[in-house]
Design a binder for this molecule. Structure first.
Ligand code: BV8
Ligand code: ZN
Length: 279
């Protein structure tokens, strides 16, 4: 529970009592999360100051074109983000979401997390029913045979050891392809890539179907820490609102989508969620 001091510091722009009444009556909640829910865990968001790695933004490197052009540079970027996660923990926002899911389950109600994040912090916080729209930092996919597997190794390959530093003046490692992470399937040995959805790539059909099925049956949606600019995730909550489903946004600032939502709670989600989702 946020301390009284921080609660008074948070300007709750909507009527918390009214939201909590709807939360008590909801049968199926979907929590749609973005990079902002992990910000207080120290994970850089995409569009904040932390959105740069060396001289690039994620949108420059999180593309199939960038990977085909320079797999070494893209692997340095993902290797850096994997290593960063080794020291990051879920914050009170992730934990409040996980506790709310547990309470809903004990009351025969449904709670689904649909996240745009690839940092797996919702799993670590104890959430169970999670849909990762954009994949995971800790899964790889072979570019040759398509084999997917979880890979938490640090470093993911010898050549990336101590590489990936984020400072703008660090020279690219220019690692030869045959020293980059390789497929472990017998007789393959193909180059593997992070198993994430890059810009310009379609979301996994099955993942999208699962997310759509959850969104079609939910009666309350929390939108937490997303700038709502990346599609198709950006249209999920506005679509629900247009169908009359209650949407509550938790963000430190208003977003292009805020106007469509019934509730807006301003403040860091690590502080606003515990009081909003408490029993
Ligand atoms: C698709 C995985 C069909 C990788 C990600 C032109 C050419 C090609 C495509 C497009 C195009 N124009 C538009 C598109 C579609 C494109 C898109 O939407 N582009 C955007 C940039 C306009 N989408 C796609 O390409 C998608 N695929 O559409 O396929 C198609 C195919 C071909 C051609 C056309 C269409 C695939 C998109 C998935 C990309 N992969 N991640 C990786 O992570 O490396 S996206 C990545 O960025 C994240 O997953 C996330 O989705 C997004 C970042 O958004 P947020 O999570 O919202 O984070 P952000 O930093 O932006 O905002 C943080 C928010 O938190 C802020 O609002 C901030 O105020 C708030 N906040 C900060 N601190 C806190 C807080 N809130 C609460 N508490 C705090 N403490
Ligand atoms: Zn393979």
């Amino acid at each position: 529970m946020a301390s009284s001091q921080t609660t008074s510091a948070i300007r709750m722009s909507s009527d918390l009592a009214s939201f909590r009444k709807e939360l008590r009556q909801a049968k199926h909640v979907v929590a749609l999360t973005g990079a902002g829910v992990s910000a207080e865990s120290g994970v850089p968001t995409f569009r904040g100051a932390g959105g740069f790695w060396r001289k690039w933004q994620a949108t420059d490197l999180a593309t199939p074109q960038a990977f085909n052009r320079n797999p070494s540079l893209v692997w340095e970027f993902y290797h850096y983000r994997r290593e960063v996660m080794l020291t990051k923990k879920p914050n009170n926002g992730h934990i409040a979401i996980a506790k709310c899911e547990k309470r809903f389950l004990s009351e025969g109600r449904k709670f689904t997390v649909i996240t745009q994040n690839i940092d797996e912090l919702h799993y670590t916080a104890g959430s169970k029913n999670i849909i990762e729209l954009h994949g995971s930092l800790f899964r790889v996919r072979c570019t040759k045979c398509g084999h997917r597997e979880v890979d938490r190794s640090s470093p993911i390959c010898e050549a990336l050891k101590d590489r990936g530093e984020p400072d703008v003046d660090v020279p690219d490692a220019r690692i030869p392809v045959d020293q980059l992470p390789k497929c472990r399937q017998p007789d393959c040995g193909g180059l593997v890539r992070p198993d994430v959805v890059w810009f310009g790539e379609m979301l996994d059909e099955v993942v999208l179907q699962k997310a759509t099925a959850e969104l079609d049956t939910c009666d309350l949606c929390l939108v937490v820490g997303t700038s709502s600019v990346v599609y198709p995730a950006a249209m999920f909550a506005p679509e629900l609102a247009s169908r009359g489903v209650t949407v509550a946004e938790f963000n430190v600032e208003e977003t292009p989508a805020s106007g469509a939502f019934k509730y807006y709670f301003q403040g860091p989600s690590g502080e606003t969620l515990p009081s909003a989702l408490a029993p």
